[in-house]
Design a protein around this ligand. Structure first.
Ligand code: FAD
Length: 483
């Protein structure tokens, strides 16, 4: 068991559960906080898969998997928007030769390059301060303690005691939304480490059925096409909607988006009214709908907070799928690849539901209901790409189950994630904000809705690091106070 070393002298020990972008940016920000004299911050980062600095999104080694945002939008630091571009141009190619010779704010970098960048961001912060303890283990519970360090993060084997814990656990793992046999040819969560290895190295699969037509399906189709030129991918989703193409340019700064609903800050936001205002904004500049979406994005958390739960539910049921395909875009290069695959008949999109799969002698048969008709697709592999579980209380994560069962945390009213204050303090079953347990990123989906991408995560990480350290280091500064 990989246990961290003990604290050195006075200071604050922060245990971060999750080694993805949220955990990594929080750790880097914690190390960068100006400390009171003699008051150091020590960080332990716990990741069940040992993906410290990478997480689910950036642990791919496929260089054809590109970021879906441009380099100018993906800096680790909100106060230094060119940080990634400088890194990529100065030292990036030392890490990954596939990084283009000249990276500008409109370059779509390979996702493996971004993982290397995040790891280097953390290493740089460590070089300037002290190392982070990296623990590879699953956290299964978090307990508040009476004496000594305030929290105990219980691991599958062992524990880590700390003054503060941060849940940077990302999206809850995906589970199969249809019946399927317990077969190693049925992949429930393609983002589990190594989940796709056998598929991508298996000799010439003829047919792969993918449930879902979003970004994960696109990733899969691109990787399968590169690995096996004869494979046909059948992608199935209720509406057969694919992510739209990124324009590949930065939004013009001189076209502000003015929506009346944004400025009436004391009133609840009506979904119907909001939709009409967005439609009017897009109708006024139909060729530039991308820019309307880009301008809307930073407004979403504020609008979502002011929307009644009833309207939020309506949005999730009827509109979210349209929001997602216009909000999470594919880079132009990836879109060209998808078009070529569709024209060559190597990617076929079906409108319908995957109902069930059966397996006979290593051959899967996938039952699809399409417009009332039953379709049976023979498949060598079936991959679930329908995304994270839509109800966090149904998650199989032992940690989440324990937190909810023990009342240490509670789901948000829509069950999209963990309930928290606007500062990221986790709310317990009675709604009280914790002073030792925090969260950021995807678990805050119920609170902010737009909270899963780097521009939101980096802001939250910076604010959280300040919140965690500021109050405590102030206490430490008081004359005569003990650490
Ligand atoms: C394929 C893909 C591509 C994306 N591309 C982009 C992009 O181009 N631009 C962008 O801005 N955003 C992108 N995103 C959004 C992405 O969600 C965020 O950028 C970010 O990576 C989320 O990081 P995270 O740390 O919150 O979650 P994750 O990356 O999921 O990391 C969470 C980590 O916590 C670990 N963990 C969970 N539970 C436990 C536990 N109980 N014990 C120990 N460890 C645990 C997991 O193993 C995981 O490593 C993409 C997402 C995906 C999935």
């Amino acid at each position: 068991m990989n246990m961290p070393s003990q604290p050195h002298g006075r200071g604050l020990h922060v245990a971060i559960v999750g080694g993805g972008a949220s955990g990594t940016l929080t750790a880097a920000q914690l190390l960068r906080q100006p400390a009171a004299p003699g008051f150091g911050v020590r960080v332990t980062m716990i990741d069940q898969h040992g993906r410290h600095g990478l997480g689910a999104a950036y642990s791919t080694d496929h260089e054809s998997h590109l970021l879906n945002a441009m380099a100018g939008q993906m800096s680790a630091y909100p106060d230094d928007p060119d940080h990634l571009i400088r890194w990529a141009n100065c030292s990036g190619r030392r890490f990954l030769p596939a990084i283009p010779a000249v990276v500008t704010d409109t370059t779509f970098l390979p996702r493996p390059a971004y993982g290397l960048y995040l790891q280097d961001v953390l290493s740089e912060a460590e070089r300037l301060t002290h190392p982070v303890d990296r623990v590879t283990a699953e956290a299964v519970a978090i307990r508040r303690q009476g004496d000594g360090p305030a929290v105990r993060v219980v691991l599958a084997h062992g524990h880590v005691d700390a003054d503060v814990a941060v849940l940077a656990t990302g999206n809850a793992p995906a589970s199969l939304p249809f019946d399927a046999p317990p077969s190693d040819r049925v992949i429930a969560d393609p983002w589990q480490p190594g989940a796709l290895d056998r598929l991508l190295t298996s000799p010439r699969p003829r047919s792969v059925v993918v449930a879902g037509t979003g970004l994960t399906m696109v990733d899969l189709a691109v990787a399968i096409a590169a690995a096996s030129p004869e494979t046909v991918v059948h992608a199935v989703s209720r509406h057969g909607l694919l992510p739209r193409t990124h324009p590949g340019t930065m939004p013009p700064a001189d076209q502000p988006l003015w929506l009346p609903v944004v400025f009436r800050t004391t009133e609840p936001v009506s979904l119907v009214e909001l939709m009409w205002q967005i439609r009017s904004a897009i109708a006024a500049r139909p060729a530039n709908w991308h820019y309307v979406m880009a301008a809307l994005r930073p407004l979403v958390p504020g609008l979502w907070r002011r929307m009644p739960d009833r309207d939020k539910r309506l949005f999730l049921r009827h509109l979210a799928r349209y929001w997602e395909i216009h909000r999470h875009l594919v880079p132009p290069q990836t879109a060209s690849c998808v078009t070529a695959l569709r024209m060559a008949g190597r990617l076929i999109v079906h409108t319908g539901h995957v109902r069930a799969a059966t397996e006979t002698a290593g051959q899967l048969r996938v039952a699809v209901e399409a417009d009332g008709d039953a379709l049976h697709l023979p498949a060598d592999w079936l991959v679930n790409s329908t995304g994270t579980t839509s109800d966090i209380t149904a998650s199989a994560s032992p940690l989440l189950r324990d937190l909810f069962r023990g009342g240490v945390a509670r789901p948000d009213p829509l069950r999209l994630g963990i309930d928290a204050s606007i500062r990221g303090e986790v709310l317990d079953a009675a709604g009280a904000a914790s002073d030792v347990l925090y969260t950021l990123g995807p678990p805050l989906r119920g609170l902010w809705y737009e909270t899963t991408a780097i521009p939101e995560i980096r802001e939250q990480a910076a604010a959280l690091a300040w919140l965690i350290t500021a109050g405590r280091s102030q206490r430490n500064r008081r004359p005569g106070s003990a650490a």
